[in-house]
Design a protein around this ligand. Structure first.
Ligand SMILES: *Cc1c(COP(=O)(O)O)cnc(C)c1O
Length: 376
């Protein structure tokens, strides 16, 4: 069977690692279908393990969670100012607001939207820059006094996702502190102030405020180049060999014959390709795991399939191939695939195609308690 197996026990464990590292609340970021792991299953696993909030990019993502019965506090942060937001407001989805246009777009007759005002503290992506911030918070405070909005949060997003000691972090925290002071000066009393992504949640406590927003770390990728935290990768991408054949030395393999066998070889065909998210650019360096060892990918990864050179080994049709997994047996990890492809694990995860079923395993999990993690 071809599938991405998702270990919800790993996601629960990783959530507990975040919860144990902070006194703030934990928002599980489940945008882009839970980084490809399945938003609903991930959300449920994280909520059972100590997360109290969920974060998504779009209102559609938020509404899918609500439709599935998820009633946890939920923030959606990326929407056009002309998007139909009424349904999200009615479903008690908190909305992020980065400009006066956004603020006016979320006003809905008969409904009071709950808002998180976003400051730009240097990333220069979403959020209001310091020059525009005072007008935004003043107008929001005015609307709050009129009972037309409720401002629950003030927030921002950090520049660095990989280094908790990156120079420039303190300047961002300082800009955030300034933004909070301006908001308070305008009469706002946000109860949920938040700034930290995975790496800051683990390594930069001065960014925690009331809530941290881990994404990639929840899925088990160590976010910090400086150290590891015992996170457990949740996804294993697997398939079975659909064909095995012997070829002579010097046989060209796959399109354009970029690869030639160096000796008489057994080739195995894996029914996964770049349409399933196996990155084509990884081909020349990539390896897979089969029968307890690694073998090289032979030639170009095609849309639906790729070939493995088993050399003198004799796999059988139906043998399981791990493209990547947690790495515990020696199988390649998604981090290695990302290096081979010149990208980041996030892009590989979210690129796993719709043809690959996700199978969720591993919950209910006997909990390592937060106390044990703290003391351990
Ligand atoms: C994706 C995202 C996160 C999670 O970031 P990680 O580095 O994956 O932990 C947090 N906040 C916002 C606004 C995001 O877009």
């Amino acid at each position: 069977m071809t599938e991405a197996t998702v270990d919800l026990g790993a996601i629960a464990h990783n959530t507990r690692v975040f919860a144990a590292t902070t006194n703030a609340e934990v928002m599980a970021v489940v945008k882009a279908d839970g980084f490809g792991h399945g938003a609903l299953a991930t959300a449920r696993a994280a909520l059972t393990a100590g997360a109290t909030w969920l974060g998504v990019a779009t209102c559609e993502e938020a509404l899918q969670l609500r439709a599935a019965g998820v009633d946890a506090p939920l923030l959606s942060w990326l929407h056009a100012h002309d998007a139909g937001l009424r349904e999200a407001i009615a479903a008690q989805v908190d909305l992020s607001v980065s400009s006066l246009e956004h603020l006016h777009a979320v006003l809905a007759d008969g409904l009071v939207p709950t808002l998180h005002l976003k400051a730009d503290t240097g990333l220069h992506r979403n959020g209001a820059v310091a020059e525009d911030w005072p007008a935004l918070v003043r107008r929001a405070a005015e609307l709050e006094r009129q009972g037309r909005v409720r401002v629950r949060g003030v927030w921002s997003h950090l520049i660095h996702g990989e280094d908790s000691t990156a120079p420039g972090l303190s300047a961002q925290v300082a800009r955030f502190r300034d933004a909070l002071a301006v908001a308070t000066g305008a009469g706002l009393r946000p109860s949920v102030r938040h700034l930290a992504n995975s790496v800051a949640a683990l390594g930069a406590p001065e960014t925690h405020y009331d809530l941290v927003r881990p994404g990639i770390g929840l899925y088990g990728i160590e976010p910090d180049v400086n150290r590891t935290y015992g996170l457990r990768p949740a996804m294993t991408l697997r398939a079975r060999l659909v064909l095995v054949k012997q070829v002579p030395a010097g046989s060209g393999v796959s399109y354009e014959h970029d690869y030639r066998t160096s000796c008489p070889s057994t080739l195995g065909l894996v029914p996964l390709g770049f349409a399933d998210g196996v990155p084509r650019s990884a081909g020349p360096r990539a390896q897979v795991w089969c029968r307890g060892r690694r073998f090289p990918v032979a030639g170009r990864i095609a849309m639906d399939q790729f070939v493995v050179d088993f050399g003198e080994f004799s796999p059988r049709p139906g043998d399981e191939v791990l493209v990547f997994g947690p790495g515990g047996q020696g199988e390649p990890t998604v981090t290695e695939w990302a290096e081979w492809a010149g990208t980041i694990p996030h892009e590989i995860f979210t690129g796993i195609g719709a043809r690959v079923p996700r199978r969720h395993v591993g919950l209910p999990v006997p909990a390592t308690s937060t106390e044990e993690l703290r003391s351990g």
